[in-house]
Design a protein around this ligand. Structure first.
Ligand code: ASP
Ligand code: MG
Length: 596
Protein backbone atom coordinates (compact mmCIF):
# COMPACT_ATOMS: atom_id res chain seq x y z
CA UNK A 1 0.00 0.00 0.00
CA UNK A 2 1.27 3.46 -0.77
CA UNK A 3 2.43 5.70 2.06
CA UNK A 4 1.52 9.37 2.18
CA UNK A 5 3.24 11.84 4.51
CA UNK A 6 1.32 14.99 5.40
CA UNK A 7 3.01 17.75 7.36
CA UNK A 8 1.08 20.55 9.03
CA UNK A 9 2.92 23.72 9.95
CA UNK A 10 2.32 25.76 13.09
CA UNK A 11 -0.41 28.02 11.69
CA UNK A 12 -2.27 25.00 10.33
CA UNK A 13 -2.66 23.49 13.82
CA UNK A 14 -2.97 26.71 15.81
CA UNK A 15 -6.54 26.16 17.06
CA UNK A 16 -8.84 23.22 17.82
CA UNK A 17 -10.80 24.05 14.69
CA UNK A 18 -7.69 23.95 12.52
CA UNK A 19 -6.52 20.72 14.12
CA UNK A 20 -9.86 19.13 13.25
CA UNK A 21 -9.61 20.41 9.67
CA UNK A 22 -6.11 18.92 9.37
CA UNK A 23 -7.34 15.64 10.85
CA UNK A 24 -10.04 15.51 8.17
CA UNK A 25 -7.39 15.69 5.47
CA UNK A 26 -5.50 12.81 7.02
CA UNK A 27 -8.66 10.76 7.35
CA UNK A 28 -9.64 11.46 3.74
CA UNK A 29 -6.24 10.22 2.55
CA UNK A 30 -6.59 7.11 4.72
CA UNK A 31 -10.03 6.47 3.25
CA UNK A 32 -8.59 6.76 -0.26
CA UNK A 33 -6.51 3.75 0.67
CA UNK A 34 -3.17 5.26 1.66
CA UNK A 35 -1.17 4.54 4.75
CA UNK A 36 -0.84 7.95 6.33
CA UNK A 37 1.89 9.53 8.46
CA UNK A 38 1.12 13.01 9.75
CA UNK A 39 4.00 15.20 10.91
CA UNK A 40 3.11 18.25 12.97
CA UNK A 41 4.88 21.39 14.14
CA UNK A 42 4.23 23.20 17.39
CA UNK A 43 1.00 25.21 17.39
CA UNK A 44 1.07 28.82 16.21
CA UNK A 45 3.91 30.78 17.78
CA UNK A 46 4.48 28.22 20.51
CA UNK A 47 8.17 27.72 19.80
CA UNK A 48 8.86 31.47 19.84
CA UNK A 49 6.90 31.85 23.08
CA UNK A 50 8.87 29.08 24.75
CA UNK A 51 12.13 30.66 23.64
CA UNK A 52 11.02 34.02 25.05
CA UNK A 53 10.01 32.40 28.30
CA UNK A 54 13.38 30.73 28.66
CA UNK A 55 15.11 34.05 27.98
CA UNK A 56 13.12 35.62 30.82
CA UNK A 57 14.69 33.09 33.16
CA UNK A 58 18.22 33.27 31.81
CA UNK A 59 20.06 34.99 28.98
CA UNK A 60 21.98 31.77 28.32
CA UNK A 61 19.61 28.82 28.56
CA UNK A 62 21.51 25.51 28.46
CA UNK A 63 21.02 23.87 25.06
CA UNK A 64 19.94 20.53 26.52
CA UNK A 65 17.18 22.14 28.52
CA UNK A 66 16.16 24.22 25.51
CA UNK A 67 15.52 21.05 23.55
CA UNK A 68 13.63 19.52 26.48
CA UNK A 69 11.50 22.67 26.51
CA UNK A 70 10.96 23.20 22.77
CA UNK A 71 10.08 19.59 22.07
CA UNK A 72 6.97 20.02 24.24
CA UNK A 73 5.45 22.22 21.53
CA UNK A 74 5.32 19.36 19.06
CA UNK A 75 4.33 16.87 21.76
CA UNK A 76 1.25 18.93 22.51
CA UNK A 77 0.34 19.03 18.81
CA UNK A 78 0.66 15.30 18.17
CA UNK A 79 -1.57 14.41 21.13
CA UNK A 80 -4.27 16.85 20.04
CA UNK A 81 -4.04 15.69 16.44
CA UNK A 82 -4.38 12.03 17.45
CA UNK A 83 -7.46 12.89 19.48
CA UNK A 84 -8.94 14.72 16.50
CA UNK A 85 -8.38 11.80 14.13
CA UNK A 86 -9.86 9.35 16.62
CA UNK A 87 -12.88 11.57 17.07
CA UNK A 88 -13.45 11.20 13.33
CA UNK A 89 -13.64 7.46 13.86
CA UNK A 90 -10.22 6.45 12.56
CA UNK A 91 -7.41 4.86 14.59
CA UNK A 92 -4.45 7.09 15.31
CA UNK A 93 -1.36 6.95 17.46
CA UNK A 94 0.80 9.90 18.40
CA UNK A 95 4.54 9.44 18.71
CA UNK A 96 7.38 11.62 19.90
CA UNK A 97 10.65 11.63 17.99
CA UNK A 98 12.02 9.09 20.47
CA UNK A 99 9.05 6.79 20.05
CA UNK A 100 9.40 6.85 16.27
CA UNK A 101 13.01 5.97 16.75
CA UNK A 102 14.62 9.10 15.33
CA UNK A 103 18.10 8.89 16.78
CA UNK A 104 20.26 11.99 16.40
CA UNK A 105 23.70 13.11 17.44
CA UNK A 106 23.88 15.17 20.62
CA UNK A 107 24.29 18.63 19.10
CA UNK A 108 21.42 20.14 21.05
CA UNK A 109 19.27 22.70 19.18
CA UNK A 110 20.67 21.65 15.79
CA UNK A 111 21.00 17.91 15.97
CA UNK A 112 21.43 15.73 12.91
CA UNK A 113 19.52 12.52 12.35
CA UNK A 114 21.61 9.34 12.64
CA UNK A 115 19.01 6.65 12.24
CA UNK A 116 15.29 6.20 11.94
CA UNK A 117 13.76 2.92 12.92
CA UNK A 118 10.65 2.42 10.88
CA UNK A 119 9.55 -0.73 12.78
CA UNK A 120 7.06 0.78 15.13
CA UNK A 121 5.60 3.13 12.51
CA UNK A 122 5.23 0.24 10.08
CA UNK A 123 3.44 -1.86 12.64
CA UNK A 124 0.98 0.92 13.40
CA UNK A 125 0.42 1.62 9.70
CA UNK A 126 -0.11 -2.05 8.89
CA UNK A 127 -2.65 -2.16 11.71
CA UNK A 128 -4.61 0.56 9.96
CA UNK A 129 -3.72 3.50 12.21
CA UNK A 130 -2.68 6.95 11.13
CA UNK A 131 0.71 7.70 12.68
CA UNK A 132 0.99 11.20 14.11
CA UNK A 133 4.68 12.04 14.37
CA UNK A 134 6.22 14.95 16.23
CA UNK A 135 8.32 17.04 13.88
CA UNK A 136 11.63 18.71 14.69
CA UNK A 137 12.77 16.30 17.41
CA UNK A 138 14.73 13.16 18.12
CA UNK A 139 16.70 11.48 20.85
CA UNK A 140 20.42 10.91 21.29
CA UNK A 141 22.23 7.77 22.42
CA UNK A 142 21.83 8.78 26.06
CA UNK A 143 18.06 9.26 25.72
CA UNK A 144 18.35 13.04 25.77
CA UNK A 145 15.72 14.84 23.73
CA UNK A 146 17.19 16.81 20.84
CA UNK A 147 15.80 19.19 18.17
CA UNK A 148 16.81 19.65 14.54
CA UNK A 149 16.96 23.46 14.29
CA UNK A 150 14.25 26.01 13.57
CA UNK A 151 11.87 24.95 10.83
CA UNK A 152 13.06 21.37 11.31
CA UNK A 153 9.62 19.77 11.01
CA UNK A 154 9.93 20.05 7.23
CA UNK A 155 13.09 17.99 7.45
CA UNK A 156 11.40 15.39 9.67
CA UNK A 157 8.59 15.10 7.14
CA UNK A 158 10.85 14.70 4.11
CA UNK A 159 13.12 12.27 5.97
CA UNK A 160 10.16 10.07 6.97
CA UNK A 161 8.83 10.25 3.41
CA UNK A 162 12.24 9.15 2.14
CA UNK A 163 12.72 6.19 4.51
CA UNK A 164 9.12 5.05 4.07
CA UNK A 165 9.37 5.65 0.35
CA UNK A 166 6.19 7.67 0.46
CA UNK A 167 4.43 8.44 -2.77
CA UNK A 168 4.46 12.12 -1.90
CA UNK A 169 5.26 14.38 1.03
CA UNK A 170 2.52 16.98 1.38
CA UNK A 171 3.44 20.17 3.23
CA UNK A 172 0.33 22.04 4.41
CA UNK A 173 0.96 25.68 5.06
CA UNK A 174 -0.65 29.12 5.21
CA UNK A 175 0.09 30.13 1.60
CA UNK A 176 -1.19 28.81 -1.73
CA UNK A 177 2.17 27.35 -2.70
CA UNK A 178 5.41 28.62 -4.22
CA UNK A 179 5.07 31.89 -6.14
CA UNK A 180 6.90 33.23 -9.19
CA UNK A 181 8.06 36.07 -6.97
CA UNK A 182 7.08 37.79 -3.74
CA UNK A 183 3.38 38.76 -4.19
CA UNK A 184 3.90 41.68 -1.83
CA UNK A 185 6.29 43.25 -4.34
CA UNK A 186 4.73 42.18 -7.62
CA UNK A 187 0.93 42.14 -7.51
CA UNK A 188 0.45 39.70 -10.35
CA UNK A 189 2.92 37.11 -9.07
CA UNK A 190 1.47 33.71 -9.83
CA UNK A 191 1.52 30.42 -8.03
CA UNK A 192 3.87 27.93 -9.67
CA UNK A 193 2.27 24.58 -10.47
CA UNK A 194 5.46 22.61 -10.63
CA UNK A 195 9.07 23.48 -9.81
CA UNK A 196 12.39 21.63 -9.90
CA UNK A 197 14.36 21.10 -6.68
CA UNK A 198 17.28 23.08 -8.07
CA UNK A 199 15.14 26.05 -9.02
CA UNK A 200 13.56 26.19 -5.60
CA UNK A 201 16.90 25.90 -3.81
CA UNK A 202 18.22 28.72 -5.94
CA UNK A 203 15.15 30.91 -5.45
CA UNK A 204 15.22 30.27 -1.72
CA UNK A 205 18.84 31.32 -1.40
CA UNK A 206 18.34 34.37 -3.64
CA UNK A 207 15.69 35.84 -1.43
CA UNK A 208 12.45 33.86 -1.64
CA UNK A 209 11.55 32.13 1.63
CA UNK A 210 9.44 28.98 1.42
CA UNK A 211 10.61 25.77 3.07
CA UNK A 212 13.52 24.80 5.28
CA UNK A 213 16.16 24.51 2.54
CA UNK A 214 17.75 21.50 4.24
CA UNK A 215 14.51 19.62 3.60
CA UNK A 216 14.59 20.50 -0.13
CA UNK A 217 18.23 19.44 -0.41
CA UNK A 218 17.20 16.18 1.13
CA UNK A 219 14.13 15.76 -1.07
CA UNK A 220 16.41 16.29 -4.05
CA UNK A 221 18.84 13.60 -2.94
CA UNK A 222 16.11 11.06 -2.45
CA UNK A 223 13.81 12.30 -5.17
CA UNK A 224 10.95 12.71 -2.75
CA UNK A 225 8.10 14.53 -4.50
CA UNK A 226 7.01 17.37 -2.23
CA UNK A 227 3.66 19.07 -2.62
CA UNK A 228 3.32 22.44 -0.87
CA UNK A 229 -0.38 23.14 -0.37
CA UNK A 230 -2.61 25.55 1.49
CA UNK A 231 -4.16 24.05 4.62
CA UNK A 232 -7.08 26.50 4.60
CA UNK A 233 -8.46 25.80 1.12
CA UNK A 234 -8.63 23.06 -1.49
CA UNK A 235 -5.86 24.81 -3.50
CA UNK A 236 -3.70 22.48 -5.53
CA UNK A 237 -0.40 23.92 -4.39
CA UNK A 238 3.04 23.50 -5.94
CA UNK A 239 4.73 20.22 -6.74
CA UNK A 240 8.47 20.18 -6.12
CA UNK A 241 10.22 17.43 -8.03
CA UNK A 242 13.17 16.59 -10.26
CA UNK A 243 11.68 18.65 -13.06
CA UNK A 244 9.58 21.77 -13.28
CA UNK A 245 7.08 22.85 -15.90
CA UNK A 246 8.39 21.81 -19.28
CA UNK A 247 7.07 25.01 -20.82
CA UNK A 248 8.71 27.61 -18.63
CA UNK A 249 12.29 28.64 -19.30
CA UNK A 250 12.33 30.96 -16.31
CA UNK A 251 10.51 29.70 -13.24
CA UNK A 252 10.71 32.64 -10.92
CA UNK A 253 12.35 35.93 -10.08
CA UNK A 254 13.85 36.83 -6.74
CA UNK A 255 14.93 40.02 -5.08
CA UNK A 256 17.54 40.27 -2.37
CA UNK A 257 16.87 43.84 -1.42
CA UNK A 258 19.59 44.68 1.04
CA UNK A 259 22.88 43.87 -0.62
CA UNK A 260 26.27 45.53 -0.54
CA UNK A 261 29.22 45.27 -2.90
CA UNK A 262 32.81 45.04 -1.75
CA UNK A 263 35.73 45.48 -4.14
CA UNK A 264 39.39 44.74 -3.49
CA UNK A 265 41.21 46.98 -5.95
CA UNK A 266 44.83 47.10 -7.14
CA UNK A 267 45.67 43.75 -5.67
CA UNK A 268 48.39 41.53 -7.16
CA UNK A 269 47.41 39.31 -10.08
CA UNK A 270 48.52 35.84 -9.00
CA UNK A 271 46.99 32.52 -8.03
CA UNK A 272 45.65 32.55 -4.50
CA UNK A 273 43.88 35.89 -4.50
CA UNK A 274 40.43 34.33 -4.56
CA UNK A 275 41.51 31.81 -1.99
CA UNK A 276 42.45 34.67 0.35
CA UNK A 277 39.07 36.28 -0.11
CA UNK A 278 37.05 33.10 0.30
CA UNK A 279 39.07 32.01 3.34
CA UNK A 280 38.63 35.31 5.11
CA UNK A 281 34.88 35.20 4.50
CA UNK A 282 34.46 31.50 5.32
CA UNK A 283 36.20 31.99 8.66
CA UNK A 284 33.43 34.42 9.50
CA UNK A 285 30.73 32.30 7.85
CA UNK A 286 29.83 35.14 5.49
CA UNK A 287 28.16 33.78 2.34
CA UNK A 288 29.46 35.75 -0.64
CA UNK A 289 27.76 35.92 -4.00
CA UNK A 290 28.25 37.56 -7.41
CA UNK A 291 32.02 37.19 -7.52
CA UNK A 292 33.66 39.09 -10.40
CA UNK A 293 37.36 39.56 -10.87
CA UNK A 294 39.20 41.66 -13.34
CA UNK A 295 42.74 41.74 -14.56
CA UNK A 296 43.85 45.19 -15.62
CA UNK A 297 46.43 45.93 -18.29
CA UNK A 298 48.92 46.99 -15.60
CA UNK A 299 48.99 43.50 -14.06
CA UNK A 300 46.87 44.60 -11.13
CA UNK A 301 43.69 42.74 -10.35
CA UNK A 302 40.45 43.57 -8.65
CA UNK A 303 37.83 41.30 -7.12
CA UNK A 304 34.26 42.35 -6.37
CA UNK A 305 31.58 40.37 -4.61
CA UNK A 306 28.26 40.94 -2.92
CA UNK A 307 27.17 40.19 0.64
CA UNK A 308 23.97 40.84 2.59
CA UNK A 309 24.04 44.46 3.81
CA UNK A 310 23.92 43.44 7.46
CA UNK A 311 27.14 41.47 7.04
CA UNK A 312 28.93 44.48 5.57
CA UNK A 313 30.79 45.62 8.68
CA UNK A 314 32.20 42.16 9.30
CA UNK A 315 32.96 41.73 5.59
CA UNK A 316 34.97 44.95 5.54
CA UNK A 317 37.10 43.80 8.44
CA UNK A 318 37.71 40.55 6.57
CA UNK A 319 38.42 42.34 3.28
CA UNK A 320 40.96 44.66 4.95
CA UNK A 321 42.63 41.61 6.42
CA UNK A 322 42.76 39.94 2.98
CA UNK A 323 44.33 43.05 1.42
CA UNK A 324 46.91 43.23 4.20
CA UNK A 325 47.88 39.61 3.59
CA UNK A 326 48.06 40.13 -0.16
CA UNK A 327 50.51 42.95 0.41
CA UNK A 328 48.83 45.64 -1.67
CA UNK A 329 45.51 47.08 -2.69
CA UNK A 330 42.57 48.85 -1.10
CA UNK A 331 38.92 48.17 -0.41
CA UNK A 332 35.97 50.06 -1.84
CA UNK A 333 32.31 49.62 -1.12
CA UNK A 334 28.98 50.06 -2.86
CA UNK A 335 25.92 50.13 -0.65
CA UNK A 336 22.22 50.70 -1.26
CA UNK A 337 22.22 47.92 -3.82
CA UNK A 338 19.86 45.05 -4.56
CA UNK A 339 20.22 41.79 -6.40
CA UNK A 340 17.56 40.83 -8.93
CA UNK A 341 17.70 37.27 -10.24
CA UNK A 342 15.86 35.19 -12.77
CA UNK A 343 15.94 31.44 -12.07
CA UNK A 344 15.01 28.48 -14.24
CA UNK A 345 16.47 25.13 -15.24
CA UNK A 346 15.16 25.76 -18.74
CA UNK A 347 17.91 28.34 -19.28
CA UNK A 348 20.39 25.58 -19.87
CA UNK A 349 18.81 24.79 -23.20
CA UNK A 350 17.48 28.13 -24.42
CA UNK A 351 19.28 30.96 -26.14
CA UNK A 352 18.49 34.59 -25.51
CA UNK A 353 17.35 34.37 -21.88
CA UNK A 354 20.02 36.79 -20.66
CA UNK A 355 19.32 39.10 -23.59
CA UNK A 356 15.67 39.20 -22.67
CA UNK A 357 16.40 40.02 -19.05
CA UNK A 358 18.88 42.78 -19.85
CA UNK A 359 16.56 44.25 -22.47
CA UNK A 360 13.76 44.41 -19.91
CA UNK A 361 16.02 46.16 -17.41
CA UNK A 362 17.29 48.57 -20.00
CA UNK A 363 13.76 49.45 -21.15
CA UNK A 364 12.86 50.14 -17.55
CA UNK A 365 15.84 52.51 -17.39
CA UNK A 366 17.66 50.37 -14.85
CA UNK A 367 21.45 50.44 -14.91
CA UNK A 368 23.18 47.15 -14.10
CA UNK A 369 26.17 47.45 -11.77
CA UNK A 370 27.28 43.85 -11.96
CA UNK A 371 26.16 40.67 -13.69
CA UNK A 372 26.85 37.05 -12.85
CA UNK A 373 25.21 33.87 -14.03
CA UNK A 374 25.17 30.16 -13.34
CA UNK A 375 23.59 27.35 -15.34
CA UNK A 376 20.16 28.11 -13.95
CA UNK A 377 20.17 31.74 -12.87
CA UNK A 378 21.07 35.25 -13.96
CA UNK A 379 21.71 37.86 -11.30
CA UNK A 380 21.97 41.60 -11.81
CA UNK A 381 23.07 44.06 -9.16
CA UNK A 382 21.06 47.29 -9.32
CA UNK A 383 20.49 50.45 -7.27
CA UNK A 384 18.15 49.77 -4.41
CA UNK A 385 15.77 52.57 -5.35
CA UNK A 386 15.20 50.83 -8.69
CA UNK A 387 15.00 47.34 -7.22
CA UNK A 388 11.25 46.79 -7.21
CA UNK A 389 10.97 48.33 -10.66
CA UNK A 390 13.68 45.97 -11.86
CA UNK A 391 11.98 42.95 -10.31
CA UNK A 392 8.69 43.88 -11.94
CA UNK A 393 10.38 44.35 -15.32
CA UNK A 394 12.03 40.93 -15.13
CA UNK A 395 8.84 39.26 -13.93
CA UNK A 396 6.94 40.81 -16.83
CA UNK A 397 9.60 40.02 -19.42
CA UNK A 398 9.38 36.30 -18.77
CA UNK A 399 5.57 36.25 -18.73
CA UNK A 400 5.63 35.09 -15.14
CA UNK A 401 2.36 36.96 -14.55
CA UNK A 402 0.48 34.51 -16.80
CA UNK A 403 -1.51 31.92 -14.90
CA UNK A 404 0.52 28.76 -14.65
CA UNK A 405 -0.82 25.49 -15.92
CA UNK A 406 -1.21 22.60 -13.59
CA UNK A 407 0.26 19.57 -15.26
CA UNK A 408 -0.21 16.58 -13.02
CA UNK A 409 -3.07 14.78 -11.28
CA UNK A 410 -3.70 15.45 -7.60
CA UNK A 411 -1.82 12.66 -5.94
CA UNK A 412 -1.08 10.18 -8.69
CA UNK A 413 2.55 11.23 -8.64
CA UNK A 414 5.90 9.95 -9.02
CA UNK A 415 7.74 7.95 -6.41
CA UNK A 416 7.52 4.41 -7.67
CA UNK A 417 6.40 2.27 -4.80
CA UNK A 418 8.24 -1.02 -4.76
CA UNK A 419 5.68 -3.25 -3.10
CA UNK A 420 7.77 -6.34 -3.52
CA UNK A 421 10.92 -4.83 -2.04
CA UNK A 422 12.63 -7.40 0.18
CA UNK A 423 13.13 -6.66 3.86
CA UNK A 424 16.85 -6.61 3.38
CA UNK A 425 16.67 -4.20 0.46
CA UNK A 426 14.39 -2.00 2.48
CA UNK A 427 16.71 -1.91 5.46
CA UNK A 428 19.63 -1.10 3.21
CA UNK A 429 17.79 1.75 1.60
CA UNK A 430 16.75 3.09 4.98
CA UNK A 431 20.32 3.00 6.23
CA UNK A 432 21.46 4.77 3.12
CA UNK A 433 18.86 7.49 3.42
CA UNK A 434 19.77 8.13 7.00
CA UNK A 435 23.50 8.16 6.44
CA UNK A 436 22.98 10.82 3.80
CA UNK A 437 20.84 12.80 6.17
CA UNK A 438 23.50 12.67 8.85
CA UNK A 439 26.29 13.77 6.57
CA UNK A 440 24.25 16.29 4.68
CA UNK A 441 25.95 19.19 6.30
CA UNK A 442 29.48 17.86 5.80
CA UNK A 443 29.73 16.30 2.37
CA UNK A 444 28.01 18.45 -0.15
CA UNK A 445 30.12 17.95 -3.25
CA UNK A 446 28.98 15.10 -5.44
CA UNK A 447 30.91 15.62 -8.65
CA UNK A 448 33.80 17.50 -10.26
CA UNK A 449 33.32 18.25 -13.93
CA UNK A 450 35.63 19.59 -16.62
CA UNK A 451 34.25 21.13 -19.82
CA UNK A 452 36.66 22.03 -22.62
CA UNK A 453 34.04 22.88 -25.19
CA UNK A 454 33.83 26.61 -24.66
CA UNK A 455 35.63 29.77 -25.70
CA UNK A 456 35.92 32.99 -23.69
CA UNK A 457 35.15 36.42 -25.12
CA UNK A 458 35.88 39.64 -23.25
CA UNK A 459 34.80 43.15 -24.18
CA UNK A 460 36.72 45.73 -22.20
CA UNK A 461 36.30 49.40 -21.66
CA UNK A 462 32.63 49.54 -22.57
CA UNK A 463 30.62 52.66 -21.73
CA UNK A 464 28.65 52.10 -18.53
CA UNK A 465 25.10 52.87 -19.55
CA UNK A 466 21.77 51.02 -19.63
CA UNK A 467 21.40 48.90 -22.74
CA UNK A 468 24.97 47.76 -23.38
CA UNK A 469 24.47 44.26 -21.98
CA UNK A 470 21.12 44.02 -23.73
CA UNK A 471 22.81 44.92 -27.02
CA UNK A 472 25.63 42.37 -26.68
CA UNK A 473 23.43 39.45 -25.71
CA UNK A 474 20.60 40.49 -28.02
CA UNK A 475 22.95 40.30 -31.01
CA UNK A 476 24.33 36.96 -29.86
CA UNK A 477 20.79 35.61 -29.50
CA UNK A 478 19.96 36.81 -33.02
CA UNK A 479 22.89 34.76 -34.29
CA UNK A 480 21.57 31.77 -32.32
CA UNK A 481 24.63 31.71 -30.05
CA UNK A 482 24.08 29.87 -26.76
CA UNK A 483 25.87 32.03 -24.20
CA UNK A 484 26.85 30.22 -20.99
CA UNK A 485 28.62 32.12 -18.20
CA UNK A 486 28.36 35.90 -18.16
CA UNK A 487 30.13 38.32 -15.84
CA UNK A 488 30.14 42.08 -15.84
CA UNK A 489 32.29 43.96 -13.37
CA UNK A 490 31.39 47.11 -11.55
CA UNK A 491 32.35 50.07 -13.67
CA UNK A 492 35.47 52.01 -12.86
CA UNK A 493 35.90 55.56 -14.13
CA UNK A 494 32.78 55.17 -16.24
CA UNK A 495 33.90 52.05 -18.13
CA UNK A 496 33.22 48.40 -17.54
CA UNK A 497 34.12 44.95 -18.87
CA UNK A 498 31.87 42.07 -19.86
CA UNK A 499 33.11 38.49 -20.30
CA UNK A 500 31.15 35.49 -21.46
CA UNK A 501 31.66 31.97 -22.69
CA UNK A 502 30.16 30.40 -25.82
CA UNK A 503 30.56 26.97 -27.42
CA UNK A 504 33.75 26.82 -29.50
CA UNK A 505 31.57 25.97 -32.49
CA UNK A 506 29.79 29.30 -32.12
CA UNK A 507 32.88 31.36 -31.36
CA UNK A 508 33.26 32.70 -34.91
CA UNK A 509 29.68 33.94 -35.05
CA UNK A 510 29.97 35.49 -31.62
CA UNK A 511 33.29 37.18 -32.44
CA UNK A 512 31.72 38.67 -35.55
CA UNK A 513 29.11 40.27 -33.32
CA UNK A 514 31.76 41.40 -30.83
CA UNK A 515 33.76 43.13 -33.57
CA UNK A 516 30.71 45.07 -34.65
CA UNK A 517 30.13 46.14 -31.06
CA UNK A 518 33.71 47.25 -30.60
CA UNK A 519 33.54 49.47 -33.64
CA UNK A 520 30.24 50.94 -32.43
CA UNK A 521 31.71 51.86 -29.03
CA UNK A 522 34.92 53.86 -29.41
CA UNK A 523 37.58 52.84 -26.93
CA UNK A 524 36.20 49.33 -26.44
CA UNK A 525 38.66 46.46 -26.76
CA UNK A 526 38.01 42.85 -27.74
CA UNK A 527 39.87 39.78 -26.43
CA UNK A 528 39.09 36.16 -26.99
CA UNK A 529 40.59 32.75 -26.40
CA UNK A 530 39.53 29.19 -26.87
CA UNK A 531 42.34 28.00 -24.59
CA UNK A 532 40.11 27.72 -21.55
CA UNK A 533 38.21 25.09 -19.63
CA UNK A 534 35.28 25.29 -17.25
CA UNK A 535 35.84 23.40 -14.03
CA UNK A 536 32.75 22.88 -11.89
CA UNK A 537 32.01 21.32 -8.55
CA UNK A 538 28.45 20.10 -8.23
CA UNK A 539 26.58 19.38 -5.06
CA UNK A 540 24.00 21.03 -2.90
CA UNK A 541 23.98 24.06 -0.63
CA UNK A 542 27.35 25.06 -2.06
CA UNK A 543 27.03 28.79 -1.62
CA UNK A 544 25.53 28.69 1.84
CA UNK A 545 28.19 26.23 3.03
CA UNK A 546 30.85 28.89 3.01
CA UNK A 547 33.58 26.30 3.44
CA UNK A 548 33.10 24.82 -0.04
CA UNK A 549 34.33 27.91 -1.91
CA UNK A 550 37.20 28.19 0.53
CA UNK A 551 38.32 24.60 -0.08
CA UNK A 552 37.93 24.93 -3.83
CA UNK A 553 39.99 28.10 -4.17
CA UNK A 554 42.57 26.93 -1.67
CA UNK A 555 43.08 23.78 -3.74
CA UNK A 556 43.43 25.79 -6.95
CA UNK A 557 45.83 28.24 -5.34
CA UNK A 558 47.99 25.44 -3.95
CA UNK A 559 48.13 23.91 -7.43
CA UNK A 560 49.21 27.30 -8.86
CA UNK A 561 46.08 27.60 -10.99
CA UNK A 562 44.92 31.03 -12.07
CA UNK A 563 41.15 31.45 -12.02
CA UNK A 564 39.68 33.77 -14.62
CA UNK A 565 35.98 33.66 -13.85
CA UNK A 566 33.91 32.41 -10.94
CA UNK A 567 30.24 31.53 -10.90
CA UNK A 568 28.43 30.46 -7.75
CA UNK A 569 25.03 28.94 -7.17
CA UNK A 570 23.46 26.61 -4.64
CA UNK A 571 24.12 23.55 -6.77
CA UNK A 572 27.31 24.41 -8.64
CA UNK A 573 30.47 26.49 -8.33
CA UNK A 574 32.22 26.94 -11.67
CA UNK A 575 35.54 28.47 -12.55
CA UNK A 576 37.11 29.29 -15.89
CA UNK A 577 40.79 28.34 -15.96
CA UNK A 578 43.53 28.17 -18.61
CA UNK A 579 43.24 25.04 -20.72
CA UNK A 580 46.91 24.30 -20.07
CA UNK A 581 46.18 24.09 -16.34
CA UNK A 582 42.83 22.35 -16.64
CA UNK A 583 43.98 18.83 -15.86
CA UNK A 584 46.06 19.79 -12.85
CA UNK A 585 43.18 21.94 -11.64
CA UNK A 586 40.77 19.05 -11.91
CA UNK A 587 43.05 16.72 -10.00
CA UNK A 588 43.65 19.26 -7.25
CA UNK A 589 39.94 19.87 -6.81
CA UNK A 590 39.06 16.19 -6.89
CA UNK A 591 41.63 15.57 -4.23
CA UNK A 592 40.35 18.43 -2.09
CA UNK A 593 36.87 16.94 -2.08
CA UNK A 594 37.88 13.32 -1.80
CA UNK A 595 36.56 12.58 -5.28
CA UNK A 596 39.65 11.14 -6.89
N1 ASP B 1 8.41 24.26 15.90
C1 ASP B 1 9.69 24.38 15.31
C2 ASP B 1 9.95 25.82 14.91
O1 ASP B 1 9.09 26.67 15.09
C3 ASP B 1 9.88 23.47 14.14
C4 ASP B 1 9.00 23.77 12.94
O2 ASP B 1 8.01 24.47 13.05
O3 ASP B 1 9.31 23.29 11.86
O4 ASP B 1 10.99 26.13 14.41
MG1 MG C 1 7.84 25.92 9.40
Amino acid sequence: MSVLVQKFGGTSVATAEKILAAAKRAVAARQQGHQVVVVVSARGHKTDELIDLAKEITETPPAREMDMLLSTGEQESVALMAMAVQKLGVQAISMTGAQIGIVTDNTFTKARIRSISTERMRRALEGGAIVIAAGFQGIDDDFNITTLGRGGSDTTAVALAAVLKAQVCEIYTDVEGVFTTDPRLVKDAGKIARIAYDDLLELASLGAGVMHSRSIEFAKKYRVPVLVRPAYSPGEGTLIGPEGDAESVVTGAALAKNEARVTLRDIPDRPGVLSQVFTQMAQRKIPIDMVVQDIGADGRASVSFTVPQDELAETLTAAEEAVRQLGSGHVDVGSNLSKVSAVGSGMQTHTGVAAQMFAALSQAGVNIDMITTSDIKISALVDRDQAVLALQAVHQAFDLHRPQQRMYPTVGVVHEVADDESDQARQERERDVVSQLASMEDIVVSEVDLDRSQALITLRNLPDQPGVAAEIFGLNAEEGVMVDLIVKNVSHEGRSNISFTVPKSAAQASLEVARRLVSAHPGAVLNSTSEIAKLSVLGIGLRTHTGVGQRLFQALADAGVNVKIVSTSEVCISTIVDQAQAEQARLAVQRAFGRS
